[in-house]
Design a protein around this ligand. Structure first.
Ligand code: GLN
Length: 251
């Protein structure tokens, strides 16, 4: 069995260890005897391959602007089709913002987004503080009740991570959040939601990398993207204690 990962803009969109998410998926898949193929999809890369799982990291406004043209004009059609046809994906912070309807950046310039997710993000410049710090969120029922997630989950119903974003995201009426904030700012430091769930795509503000202290999310992505209903257990005792310790961290 082979897991084909498409890692978009690894050079531009990689903050707070986001590229570690790929390494963690490769490690956990190989531990189960699953071959892994990682394709770095950069500015110059043309698309043709089929992926089981797509990842895209976060970045400062400058990096988002660096990939913007290519994302919208070159990769946009492929990615939107991939997302709308139920392709599995994990989109972190700056990527999550660009897949929405628009991102109003710190200098006030507006980047029309890919519109794959019905949400928008606004950066209020220095009118509102950045959303920075440790995050704990309670996964939404929709996610927690996924059969594959339940079969691989040995951690519980929380996600932990780190956030640093100036943009505040507002979900469209029909969009489901990934979870509810327990500690931290989440989407907009107002409505108490974190991230988005759309078909098999996950958008989140969690860096860290997010999969480092959330092996239940990593295993869900490996299993579900390959159509597996379970995975052999790994000894995650150390990660579990890191997850539990992170829940005690203040913002
Ligand atoms: N540049 C965006 C913002 O500030 C995204 C930041 C990030 O990816 N951490 O909101």
């Amino acid at each position: 069995m082979r897991l084909r990962i498409g890692y978009f803009y690894p050079e531009q969109l990689n903050l707070y260890g986001d590229n570690g998410n790929v390494e963690i998926l490769v490690y956990r898949a190989k531990k189960r005897g699953i071959d892994v193929e990682v394709e770095n999809v950069g500015l110059q890369t043309s698309l043709g391959k089929k992926f089981d799982l797509v990842l895209m990291g976060g970045g400062p406004d400058s990096s988002q602007k660096e990939v913007y043209e290519d994302l919208i004009k070159v990769k946009g059609v492929y990615l939107k089709d991939y997302i709308n046809s139920g392709g599995f994906g994990l989109y972190i912070c700056g990527a999550y913002q660009l897949l929405g309807n628009y991102y109003k950046s710190a200098d006030g310039s507006v980047l029309e987004g890919l519109g794959a997710f019905d949400l928008y993000t606004e950066h209020f410049g220095n009118k509102k503080p950045r959303c920075i710090g440790n995050v704990v969120c309670e996964l939404s029922d929709e996610f927690r009740h996924k059969e594959v997630f339940n079969s691989v989950n040995k951690i519980g119903s929380t996600l932990v991570g780190f956030e640093n974003h100036g943009g505040r995201t507002y979900l469209g009426e029909k969009m489901l959040p990934l979870g509810k904030i327990i500690t931290g700012h989440g989407n907009n430091s107002g409505d108490g939601y974190e991230g988005v769930l759309y078909k098999n795509s996950i958008g989140t503000y969690l860096h860290g990398p997010v999969l480092s202290r959330n092996p239940h999310l990593a295993d869900y992505l490996v299993a579900a993207s390959l159509g597996l209903d379970r995975l052999e257990s790994l000894d995650d005792s150390l990660i579990l204690s890191a997850h539990i310790a992170s829940k005690k961290l203040r913002q």
